[in-house]
Design a binder for this molecule. Structure first.
Ligand code: PHE
Length: 337
């Protein structure tokens, strides 16, 4: 096991299996959101927590933050109805488990949770970020995450097309959740033709063109933005991809690291997800822990663009892949070498 500490507990109030996985605290206390999602089996939720916490180590390290990686997962089994009272019970349970780490892990929102949920978690632990502003937090991390993704998209476009301008470019966004919807707004405002998709048809928005979710990743485009859950870029899909640039906020987009080599071999530029998606962590941790003001924290989020440029340019110059370059940056921070 590569992880430092993993706790799995059936929530005493909710009776739901809850996981907190700490991958690394080498750079400081671990930080990472609380995911609330349906899984076929709680073990799938455990596997997700292990992968997601490892990705948080890379994300926080590559972004220059003095935080390690961790993640919480509340697993909802098939057929279990998520009533408001079950939700409250699960959030109190996860808070209690977070509290048991004695300040070496901090939670926040992730897929399935938001700032209002953090108010409930706060009743069990003070180690939680992104409370609404009226509760003393900095609110939704989706806003800075989307800002960072937009900076990454522009930097990717500069690398691939020679210009960061998006006007006239076709951008496919797969996943219209809290981050995907904001990324759509940014790229549309920049003049792109925006095509969106989501597994939930009620997300269909007349402001954008719509493509069915099973077709989204294969839709011809200049830029593909994976903004749903992970594990979408597989060896089977690579030959069918139809965009020269892939960059988006979904965590753990590759089914496995070697997919990065297959993407590169096809001439597709893939921006590592843990670089592109760091805006929420960067903004939240700098504001709530380092006490930076909004402008300074946003400037650090925008600097994700410079990191993406450096990673892509160096990979091209050295003939490696963006993933290798990005992993090298993480290694350097973790080991000083
Ligand atoms: N859950 C988000 C992520 O995956 C944002 C977040 C990071 C929230 C760190 C809290 C703490 O990056």
């Amino acid at each position: 096991m590569e992880h430092e500490e993993v706790k799995v507990r059936r929530g005493p109030r909710s009776r739901l299996p809850i996981v907190v996985a700490i991958h690394s605290r080498a750079l400081g206390p671990a930080a990472g959101g609380i995911r609330l999602r349906r899984y076929p089996d709680w073990r799938d939720g455990l596997a997700d927590a292990l992968r997601l916490s490892e990705a948080m180590t890379a994300k926080n390290a590559a972004a220059g933050l003095d935080f390690g990686g961790g993640k919480s997962v509340i697993t909802l089994g098939p057929g279990v109805e998520l009533t408001p009272s079950l939700r409250e019970a699960a959030l109190l349970d996860v808070g209690e488990l977070i509290e048991s780490f004695g300040g070496t892990y901090f939670g926040g929102p992730d897929v399935g949770t938001g700032p209002d949920d953090m108010v409930v978690v706060r009743r069990s632990t003070s180690r939680v970020f992104c409370l609404p502003v009226e509760h003393g937090g900095t609110g939704s991390s989706s806003i800075p995450t989307a800002l960072g993704v937009f900076a990454a998209v522009r930097a990717g476009a500069r690398h691939v097309f020679g210009s960061p301008e998006l006007s006239g470019r076709t951008v496919v966004i797969s996943g219209l959740g809290s981050v995907g919807a904001l990324v759509a707004r940014h790229v549309a405002a920049a003049g792109a033709r925006v095509v969106v998709s989501d597994v939930d048809p009620v997300k269909r928005d007349s402001a954008y063109e719509w493509v069915d979710p099973e077709k989204a990743l294969r839709t011809p485009a200049d830029i593909l933005v994976p903004a749903a859950v992970g594990g979408v870029l597989s060896p089977e899909l690579v030959p069918e991809l139809a965009a020269p640039l892939i960059v988006g906020p979904a965590n753990n987009q590759l089914t496995a690291d070697p997919v990065a080599d297959e993407l590169a071999a096809r001439g597709i530029v893939w921006v590592p997800d843990f670089i592109a998606s760091a805006g929420g962590a960067v903004y939240t941790l700098l504001r709530e822990v380092e006490r930076l003001d909004e402008a300074a924290a946003n400037a650090r989020v925008e600097s994700i663009g410079a990191t993406v440029s450096a990673v892509l340019d160096t990979a091209r110059d050295k003939g490696t892949t963006p993933l290798r370059e990005a992993r090298q940056r993480v290694e350097t921070r973790l080991t000083g070498r």
